[in-house]
Design a protein around this ligand. Structure first.
Ligand SMILES: Nc1nc2c(ncn2[C@@H]2O[C@H](COP(=O)(O)OP(=O)(O)O)[C@@H](O)[C@H]2O)c(=O)[nH]1
Ligand SMILES: [Mg+2]
Length: 304
């Protein structure tokens, strides 16, 4: 951390110590893509790589947040600290206590070892912003044992989230309108574990069997996040999966590659994406002496 000035140390040290206020402040800077975050992230990076990061994804309303509340309880029973990033601010966490201003609640009333935060989606290149990786790094460096990432959506979003976290829970529930379409789209590929939630509903058995036939090889679990049945089994599977992932070099390499790609795209866009073209150049396009593609190719020449 040699390159940090005293002021930066005053920010980094409390983050390493798990100070929620400092963590929140940096996450906000990251979300706003504030340049001040960069030296802090550099300093924090050496302290990362210990957290178990789990993506929880699936269509809206299937019960992802309810399930996450259950998982938090399960991990807390084992004394693991847990952070949650919800990339769907429209969907509040059910389960009462975590509604509303989650941050404030956590600082003052709730378990200090649980941190929950919403993150606005702002990915420019295929849905995922480098902000997401960076937020995970901060929580990782802050010492959270488990980091859960909730994302909503069917299609692109899930495919993207699969490249952001080493372990992905794909949550589905009977009676979702998109279910058939989702199956066709090869959605299952992204879930290391496919969870059929709302196992208490009558249709859940037939839904589960349908999936079993469609995806005989896949790890399928049925749970009821409202009542809690199936949750201990899911936690056990997750714990095993977390151990496997820890030694999965290929997965780690792929994740870092994806992070680098996103960072590079963002950096290039920031560096040269906003340099205006001269009036002369623009006029050449106006007069059809040149086309926009030529102008862009000229500008990109140093990079090709
Ligand atoms: N019957 C039943 N309802 C559930 C279950 N899990 C969640 N729900 C309900 O489904 C609705 C959506 O849940 P939520 O967790 O917000 O879904 P999300 O949009 O995927 O995060 C809420 O009304 C939950 O109470 C379950 O296991 N069984
Ligand atoms: Mg939700």
């Amino acid at each position: 951390m040699g390159s940090l000035n005293k002021k930066d140390h005053e920010i980094v040290d409390p983050i390493l110590g798990g100070n929620i206020r400092s963590i929140s402040r940096l996450l906000t800077q990251i979300e706003h893509r504030a340049p001040e975050a960069r030296p802090l992230l550099k300093a924090l990076y050496t302290h990362t790589g210990n957290a178990n990061v789990i993506g929880v994804t699936g269509p809206g309303g299937v019960g992802k947040s309810t399930l996450i509340n259950r998982l938090i309880t399960g991990f807390r029973k084992e004394k693991h600290s847990v952070a949650v990033l919800a990339i769907d601010p429209s969907s509040p966490f059910s389960g009462g206590a975590i509604l509303g201003d989650r941050l404030r609640m956590h600082e003052h009333f709730l378990d200090q070892d649980v941190y929950i935060r919403s993150l606005a989606t702002q990915g420019m290149w295929g849905g995922i912003s480098p902000a997401l990786f960076e937020s995970i790094h901060v929580l990782d460096a802050a010492g959270y044992d488990v980091i859960l990432i909730e994302t909503i959506g069917v299609g692109q979003d899930e495919v993207q989230i699969a490249r952001l976290t080493p372990t992905v829970l794909l949550v589905l529930s009977p009676g979702i309108g998109d279910e058939i379409q989702a199956m066709k789209a090869g959605l299952f590929e992204i879930g290391d574990i496919v969870v059929v939630n709302k196992g208490d509903l009558d249709q859940s058995d037939s839904f589960f069997l349908k999936l079993r036939v469609l995806e005989p090889e896949r790890l399928l679990m049925k749970v009821d996040s409202d009542g809690g049945s199936g949750i201990p089994e899911l936690l056990n599977i997750l714990k095993k999966e977390m151990k496997t992932v820890k030694v999965n070099r290929r997965k780690k390499i792929d994740l870092i590659a994806e992070e680098l790609r996103l960072l590079l795209c963002e950096s290039i866009a920031n560096k040269i994406g906003n340099i205006p073209f001269s009036e002369q150049e623009i006029e050449a396009v106006l007069l059809r002496e040149k086309n926009p593609y030529e102008l862009i190719e000229t500008r990109l020449k140093p990079f090709s």
